[in-house]
Design a binder for this molecule. Structure first.
Ligand SMILES: [Zn+2]
Length: 254
């Protein structure tokens, strides 16, 4: 009997992913929502803490994106935070230090005072009072050894929607700013809004990145494609048992 035909095992929420690390996608962390357009993108500190503790109790250990791609296996978890919100330093970083948990932050040049505001992508209006990670914050977190800093383009443009030379500039301007301020190379990248195609992947590779995160959910081992590593979104307001199933199985509904 062909058991696999009877059992859609890749899609079943209850089937533990023995071989693959769990890559999770988050944005800001705080009690208040920073961006009214996307309330799900701000998890509460208590929700994040409860999820980390539940995963630890389930035998998971946490790695940066780079390490999870390079050598992560079963029961490796990777927390990623996109867009470089300042609360990644003020709220998230103290939690990472207290719990000794690694994470990767994918940041744009919005915290770079020399990057002109008119070059910020106009696809997502910046909420009033928004603040972004500065060079000093990024340096301190990088030096802690807990946090990997990765690229997310200079102005947060959807790379597939702009001309190739513009996309190349978006990737390179961002990478050289981050590397300049950290004083070392970076290896990981995330496509804004998940926008990628073969041409964009080629640009990201040519810029010297080794790994890139997509926004596709259904998880698979990263070695299947290091430039389209899938991540599961963890939304705001989810009960811990549900977010644990989402984080470890990818789905929680039967
Ligand atoms: Zn983004």
């Amino acid at each position: 009997m062909d058991v696999e035909r009877l059992l859609p095992w890749r899609n079943t929420w209850w089937w533990p992913r023995w071989r693959s690390p769990s890559f999770l996608m988050l944005h800001s962390v705080g009690e208040e929502v920073v961006d009214p357009c996307c309330p799900n993108n701000t998890v509460r500190p208590g929700e994040l803490r409860a999820l980390v503790e539940a995963m630890r109790a389930d035998g998971y250990s946490f790695a940066t994106f780079r390490d999870a791609c390079a050598r992560g296996g079963a029961r490796t978890a990777c927390l990623t935070f996109d867009d470089g919100w300042a609360d990644n330093y003020t709220v998230l970083f103290p939690i990472l230090k207290e719990l000794r948990v690694s994470a990767t932050l994918f940041v744009t040049n919005r915290g770079d005072p020399s990057f002109p505001r008119e070059k910020w992508s106009d696809e997502d209006p910046v909420p009033p009072g928004a603040s972004y990670l500065t060079a000093e914050m990024l340096r301190e977190m990088d030096a802690s050894g807990l946090v990997e800093i990765g690229g997310h383009t200079a102005g947060h443009s959807t790379l597939v929607k702009i001309p190739v030379d513009g996309a190349k500039r978006e990737i390179e301007t961002n990478k050289s700013w981050i590397e300049g301020l950290l004083g070392h190379g970076i290896e990981s990248f995330a496509y804004p809004r998940g926008g990628e195609n073969d041409g964009i992947v080629a640009l990201v590779k040519a810029a010297g990145y080794k790994y890139a995160a997509s926004m596709k959910k259904k998880m698979r081992p990263p070695a299947e494609d290091f430039f389209r590593v899938r991540r599961q979104i963890i939304p705001r307001g989810m009960e811990t048992w549900k977010s644990l199933l989402l984080a470890t199985r990818g789905k929680w509904k039967i």
